[in-house]
Ligand binder design. Structure first.
Ligand SMILES: Cc1cc2nc3c(=O)[nH]c(=O)nc-3n(C[C@H](O)[C@H](O)[C@H](O)COP(=O)(O)OP(=O)(O)OC[C@H]3O[C@@H](n4cnc5c(N)ncnc54)[C@H](O)[C@@H]3O)c2cc1C
Length: 287
């Protein structure tokens, strides 16, 4: 995969729209057919692995951009094990700095699918002086990281009454649960890892991605596609366009739901814009 394609989903604030109403039909595999197949063991299982921690060994580290790394960890049980972390849920990373008596705990949402065997991937943005992210960014292949979890998270329930449009809004590291959720909804039971753009290509008409890029105008120009890459923050115009593409009236009862994950300032701004457009708080799920 070319480097810039791999970066795009992660770099920026994204507004994604996708109609996912038919998902509930796809999500009814006949369970008895699989009952003879042995389920893989799970590294994390709530609540037991909240109390007893697991050691994850670093297999690979990839520098994604100036402050973000993707780290692939080996699961303790090897290839016969899956993480056990449901889509868009997080694990708690535990680290004790030499200057401290008490450990630091920080949540991170794996970007690898729950069905991935043998490994788990985190996408971690580095914050200068940030305790956990500085520690994770210093990890090298062979090092280990202590983790607990999973933290119970958001469970997406497909609509049983009518096709539903989802407006997914992510900013900064908020891309991780939103990506995980999008991947799960579109590719339930598939083990492959794919970028947002691959998903968009594979599911034409079901996923529509727009990036709001706050970097320098020149950088945005270089990305090429002006419809896809907008200069600036997620604003009212962009949200109206995304919501408009889904058609119909706002609100989950009308088959239009919003899911958001981003930094506090962005949340304040986006929630204000959405409320101004007539959405109620119950129509927006915030991670
Ligand atoms: C459910 C959930 C899932 C998440 N998933 C992800 C994910 O997948 N990927 C990801 O990258 N993040 C994720 N996060 C965020 C992550 O949990 C951490 O909050 C983030 O990595 C920062 O933690 P830290 O320990 O590095 O920074 P902290 O030590 O908590 O510092 C936070 C901020 O304070 C500043 N700061 C710290 N010390 C000082 C100081 N002495 N002086 C001045 N400023 C200082 C830091 O620069 C930083 O900006 C998630 C958060 C939640 C709630």
């Amino acid at each position: 995969m070319p480097a810039n394609r791999a970066l795009r989903p992660i770099l920026v604030t994204a507004v994604l729209t996708g109609a996912v109403g038919s998902v509930y039909l796809l999500r009814s595999p006949s369970r008895h057919l699989h009952s003879a197949v042995r389920e893989p063991t799970k590294t994390f299982s709530f609540p037991s692995t909240m109390f007893s921690s697991r050691e994850l060994k670093v297999r690979r580290v990839e520098q994604i951009n100036h402050n973000t790394k993707r780290i692939t960890f080996e699961l303790p049980g090897g290839e016969s094990e899956v993480s056990g972390v449901p889509a868009s849920s997080a694990i708690l990373i535990q680290h004790t700095t030499p200057a401290s008596w008490l450990p630091t705990f920080r949540p991170y949402t794996p970007i690898s699918p729950p069905t991935q065997q043998g490994t788990l991937d985190l996408l971690v943005k580095h914050y200068p002086h940030g305790e956990a992210s500085t520690h994770i960014h210093a990890l090298q292949p062979g090092d280990t990281l202590t983790a607990r979890g999973p933290l119970p998270g958001y469970t997406y329930r497909p609509s049983v009454t009518q096709p539903r449009s989802l407006i997914l809004i992510a900013g900064g590291a908020g891309i991780t649960p939103i990506y995980s959720l999008t991947h799960e909804i579109l590719t339930t039971n598939q083990k492959d890892q794919i970028s947002l753009e691959d998903l968009e290509r594979r599911f034409p008409g079901r996923l529509n991605v727009t990036y709001a890029v706050s970097g320098p105008a020149k950088e945005v120009e270089e990305l090429g596609d002006v419809k896809r890459f907008r200069k600036g923050y997620v604003d009212g115009k962009l949200l109206k366009e995304a919501i408009g593409r889904c058609g119909g009236r706002l609100g989950d009862e009308n088959g239009k739901m919003v899911v958001f994950c981003g930094p506090p300032k962005m949340e304040e701004s986006v929630m204000g814009l959405l409320m101004g457009m007539g959405l109620a708080k119950k129509d927006v799920y915030k991670f």
